[in-house]
Design a protein around this ligand. Structure first.
Ligand SMILES: Cc1cc2nc3c(=O)[nH]c(=O)nc-3n(C[C@H](O)[C@H](O)[C@H](O)COP(=O)(O)OP(=O)(O)OC[C@H]3O[C@@H](n4cnc5c(N)ncnc54)[C@H](O)[C@@H]3O)c2cc1C
Length: 492
């Protein structure tokens, strides 16, 4: 509980209108996909903040952090709240710092190709500005949630998506950050150049730190020229294993912009989305499809597309190879981006409130292990009699497993936990990672020891204690030694 004199001080900073402890509003900040499903059964998963504050500028953030330090308040920065890992959950109450008012694009510089933005700017809005600037620019590290997520959230999560194989992750576009540390100290990290070896790379440390080291109040991002054209080669296959082999051949020929696998269920989900659009596109529902997106000079990528289409057509397990351009191309990728949510429309258990959502399953493994991982995922799900679906960014070895687990009793939570433990151990035994892009937050945090070893986690915690000695920033998350294990884990 935060007492009334502290609340008054905070109101004095942002104004009465931009601070709330109204239970209805707090409820809107108290869940993510996972905890909402769990909270139907167990009140411990109702993770309500004590206050929500919406600052307008850096000075206000600094004053809030100073009060938090003096009064031992816990601060959870929040962008659009789309994280899959429970990163923004107020697991011990505290104050949510909602950045939606800090949403100004401060500068677009086309001489040196950088944009300076406040953290609450939506990726979508920045992209629109860049597309319409000069000859057209972009920052090609968009996650599937690009239409709704914020730049601050993308940086803090080091978000990435279907184009990471060619263009990397958010980290590759951040030149400069202004942040306020847990100590209240204002610092600036990075320069206006991409190439520098002057000292330790603290900028990089903040990217992907999930709001645990400092609060980002301004970011400078590099942008690049938009490609002239986009083309996608789409091939349907009777075997997931063959898709994985085919993708390797393509990867060894050229680095495409995207190299995606989707399975049968996802194809049905994509069809349910595409059926609402004109012109009509109907995807063949087979074991799996491979989507190869190319970008660049029209002539060059047309040649590459023809080569790849020919390669796929010659494979005896493939059928219906298509080369998509223009509106059909764009619709296909909209459908792919919405693959997870579109499953909600077609799988019955997803309509049931007591269903475990698809959020937790995000792994990466070395390429040679992708098929084994996907295969094992299927075996585990089948053994547990659960509906599931697999998709992935093949170029990065990043596999997602979507599944539905109806939650009716505590035993079901244990079941999720057991399944997750098994999958995590498998990915790690393959030399992989427990999360490729969705982040650690609370759901994957308990497995970090397993991936990195205790000594490394202790080092991470020591680093945190330098930037945030009073542990006020997003406590209990990621590498925190005292993290809350909301799932019963068996990894010790
Ligand atoms: C449909 C869907 C598809 C998705 N697809 C992808 C995908 O392809 N790839 C991917 O990487 N992720 C994906 N995500 C996850 C998520 O959308 C992204 O990671 C996104 O970048 C999070 O942005 P956000 O604004 O919602 O941040 P939030 O979820 O609000 O916050 C994310 C983290 O950033 C911290 N934070 C926010 N603002 C600040 C700040 N100013 N200073 C310091 N810390 C801050 C928060 O504390 C939290 O730890 C997807 C999510 C959905 C719902």
């Amino acid at each position: 509980m935060i007492n009334s004199s502290i609340k008054s001080k905070l109101k004095g900073i942002v104004g009465e209108k931009y601070i709330t402890d109204d239970p209805v509003e707090l409820y809107c900040y108290s869940h993510d996909f996972v905890s909402r499903a769990l909270s139907w059964m167990n009140r411990d998963y109702n993770l309500t903040p004590d206050l929500v504050i919406k600052p307008l500028n850096t000075d206000q953030v600094k004053e809030i952090i100073d009060i938090a330090n003096n009064e031992h308040l816990e601060i959870i920065p929040r962008g659009a709240g789309t994280s899959y890992g429970g990163q923004f959950l107020p697991i011990k109450g505290g104050v949510i710092l909602d950045f939606n008012r800090m949403n100004k694009i401060l500068e677009i510089n086309t001489e040196d190709n950088f944009a300076i933005v406040e953290p609450g700017v939506l990726y979508k809005d920045l992209s629109k500005r860049l597309r319409n600037t000069g000859k057209g620019y972009w920052i090609p590290c968009n996650p599937g949630s690009a239409d709704v997520c914020t730049i601050g959230g993308m940086i803090a999560n080091n978000a990435s998506g279907e184009s990471a194989i060619k263009y990397g992750t958010t980290r590759d576009y951040v030149l400069n950050l202004k942040t306020i540390l847990g100590t209240g100290q204002k610092i600036q990290l990075g320069r206006l150049v991409k190439k520098t070896v002057s000292g330790l790379d603290l900028l990089s440390l903040f990217i992907g730190s999930e709001g645990t080291l400092g609060v980002i109040t301004e970011a400078t991002l590099q942008f690049i020229a938009l490609p002239e054209s986009f083309i996608t080669v789409l091939g349907f296959f009777d075997s997931i294993e063959v898709v994985v082999q085919m993708a390797k051949k393509i990867k060894d020929y050229i680095i495409p912009m995207s190299l995606e696998i989707v399975d049968q269920l996802i194809l049905s989900g994509m069809n349910s989305y595409l059926s609402r659009l004109t012109p009509k596109i109907v995807l063949k529902v087979v074991e799996a499809a491979l989507l190869v997106r190319l970008d660049g000079d029209e002539k060059v990528i047309s040649d590459h597309a023809n080569y790849i289409a020919n390669l796929i057509s010659r494979n005896k397990y493939s059928s219906d190879v298509k080369i998509l351009r223009g509106i059909e191309h764009d619709y296909l990728w909209k459908a792919r981006d919405g693959a997870g949510p579109s499953l909600l429309r077609i799988i019955r258990p997803f309509r049931n409130v007591a269903t475990f959502p698809p959020a937790i399953m995000d792994f990466s493994v070395p390429y040679s292990k992708i098929y084994s991982l996907m295969n094992k995922l299927a075996e585990i799900m089948k053994a547990n009699n659960l509906a599931f679906s697999r998709l992935g960014h093949l170029g990065d070895g990043n596999v997602h497993l979507l599944c539905t687990i109806p939650l009716k009793s505590k035993a079901d939570i244990q079941k999720i936990s057991d399944i997750q433990n098994e999958l995590v151990k498998l990915a790690i035994s393959f030399g992989g990672s427990v999360t490729a892009e969705h982040g650690c937050g609370v759901w994957k945090a308990p497995y970090l020891d397993l991936e990195h070893g205790k000594e490394v986690i202790e080092l991470m915690s020591k680093i945190k204690s330098i930037f945030d000695p009073n542990n006020i920033l997003n406590p209990g998350k990621m590498y925190s030694i005292n993290k809350l294990a909301l799932f019963p884990t068996t990894n010790k």
